[in-house]
Design a protein around this ligand. Structure first.
Ligand code: E4P
Length: 216
């Protein structure tokens, strides 16, 4: 079971890494753009925070296979444990097939159907990222989609890992592990919501208040 935090915010990453439970960081062009810093600099800063063996997933910007492949190799040279996200589609699949034959780990992202997931696995992608929240946002069932992907991989004996993405809250994290995903990536507030509970805070405050009043 792998946990990733979906952000390029260094303060959030530093706090999440300090928990000692993280398998890495995932980013996408929108997440990177929010930092308003050069891509390479942002990834380098993230890689300095993410301790080995944590992965730093970063997505290519190119829209044709040749550009994706050259970007992937360039990004890998930016920092240790940088791994490549490729957008699902013909060009991304071509790039994944080429990169996997060179032993370069890839994650096919923006996956929204079982056929897409099967093709991604066949192309040798190490991970696929189906977008749970965005499927739910349009009134379909992200859980059903991702459960079907997990089942199809089992039925077909495919070893590609499923990392559920676009997570909207702790409940969805639990649902995803229940349907059998290998990993989830979540925005930092979702990780915080997993960590905290009002009853825990109330209980701890009661302990400390009782202790203080006892004067021992
Ligand atoms: C993975 O990194 C995805 O890009 C990310 O989880 C998308 O999340 P969103 O749907 O909240 O933008």
């Amino acid at each position: 079971m792998e946990l990733y935090v979906d952000t390029a915010d260094l303060a959030q990453i530093r706090e999440a890494v300090s928990l000692g439970i993280l398998d890495g960081v995932t980013t996408n062009p929108s997440i990177i753009a929010k930092q308003k810093r050069p891509f390479k600099e942002t990834i380098g800063s993230i890689a300095e925070l993410v301790q080995a063996p944590g992965k730093v997933w970063c997505e290519v910007i190119g829209t044709d296979a040749d550009t994706m492949v050259s970007e992937a190799k360039e990004m890998q040279a930016w920092a240790p444990r940088v791994v490549v996200k490729l957008p699902m589609g013909a060009e991304g699949v071509k790039a994944a097939s080429r990169l996997s034959k060179e032993g370069i780990e890839t994650n096919m992202t923006l996956v929204y159907s079982v056929p897409q997931a099967i093709i991604a696995a066949k192309a040798g992608a190490a991970y696929v990222s189906p977008y749970l929240g965005r499927v739910d946002d349009v009134g379909w069932s992200g859980e059903a989609l991702i459960g079907d992907i997990v089942q199809a991989y089992k039925d077909l004996g495919m070893n590609t890992k499923v990392i559920a993405a676009s997570i909207r809250g702790p409940r969805q994290v639990l649902d995803m592990f229940r349907v059998g995903v290998d990993a989830v990536t979540m925005a930092y507030p979702v990780l915080e919501a997993m960590l905290n509970h009002p009853m825990t805070e109330i209980g701890l405050n009661r302990f400390l208040q009782d202790w203080k009043e006892a004067g021992i």
